[in-house]
Design a protein around this ligand. Structure first.
Ligand code: FE
Length: 216
C-alpha cells in the first residue's frame, strides 16, 4: 500500500487515482524512461501548421504518435528511423490493471513538460478505434489538468495532477477535450532537472497508421 494513495476522483467523467503509483515505482519508471530516451531521444514536434509544440516527445511500443507538417499520426519508427523501444513491463501491468483489458496498448506516448510548457485543449482521436480507453500517468512536477466534454464548448473542470497520479479516459469521457494549462516547475524532486513527464497509453487499432513509415 502507498500511504499517499487516495480515492478515485471524477473529473467530468475522467477517473483520476491520486498517488496510485508509489514513489519507488515512480523512480524505477524514470530509470526505464531514461533507457527509452537513450534509444529514442526526445524531440520537439511541430503542429501540421508548423508551430513548435511546447512539449518534447518520444514514445515506446509498436507505434508512436508524431506530429509534423504532414499531420498528426502514428508511425512505427522514431523520426531518426529507429523502431520505438518496447513499453516497460510495469507500464503494461498498470494498463491491464486500470483498464481490465487483455489487449495491450500499441503506444506509450512520453511527453516532457519543461518550464513554461503546457498543452492546449484537444481530443485524442488519431486512433483507429476510439472505443478503447486511454490511460495516463503523471511523473514529476504538478500539472493543472483541464477536462471538458466531447463538445468543445462544454464547461471544463480542473485538477492539479501530481507525481504518481493515474488517469483513465473511458466511455463518454474517452473523447473529452482536455489539456494541461501549466505546470508548477520544480514542485517535485522526482526528475533531477525538474519538469513533468506524462505517459499516455493508447490502443491504435489499424486505420490511422501511416503506411510507409517516416518519409513514406
Ligand atoms: Fe491528449
Amino acid at each position: 500500500m502507498n500511504g499517499s494513495a487516495g480515492q478515485a476522483v471524477d473529473l467530468n467523467g475522467v477517473c483520476v487515482w491520486p498517488g496510485r503509483l508509489p514513489l519507488p515505482a515512480q523512480q524505477r519508471l524514470v530509470g526505464d524512461l531514461r533507457a527509452i530516451a537513450r534509444a529514442a531521444p526526445f524531440f520537439r514536434p511541430v503542429t501540421p501548421r508548423g508551430q513548435p509544440m511546447r512539449v518534447r516527445m518520444t514514445a515506446a511500443g509498436r507505434l508512436g504518435w508524431v506530429s509534423d507538417r504532414r499531420g498528426y499520426r502514428y508511425e512505427p519508427r522514431h523520426p531518426s528511423g529507429v523502431p520505438w523501444p518496447p513499453i516497460p513491463p510495469a507500464v503494461l501491468d498498470l494498463w491491464h490493471e486500470v483498464t481490465g483489458l487483455a489487449r495491450a496498448p500499441d503506444c506509450c506516448l512520453i511527453n516532457f513538460y519543461g518550464e513554461g510548457a503546457g498543452m492546449g485543449l484537444h481530443q485524442d482521436r488519431d486512433e483507429g478505434d476510439l472505443s478503447f480507453p486511454v490511460v495516463s500517468v503523471s511523473l514529476g512536477d504538478e500539472a493543472l489538468f483541464r477536462v471538458g466534454a466531447a463538445d468543445r464548448r462544454a464547461p471544463t473542470r480542473s485538477l492539479w495532477l501530481r507525481s504518481g497520479d493515474v488517469a483513465l479516459m473511458a466511455g463518454p469521457a474517452r473523447l473529452a477535450f482536455h489539456g494541461i494549462d501549466r505546470i508548477r516547475f520544480g514542485s517535485s524532486a522526482l526528475l533531477p532537472g525538474g519538469g513533468r513527464i506524462s505517459l499516455t497509453l493508447r490502443v491504435v487499432a489499424p486505420g490511422r497508421v501511416a503506411p510507409g513509415g517516416p518519409g513514406g
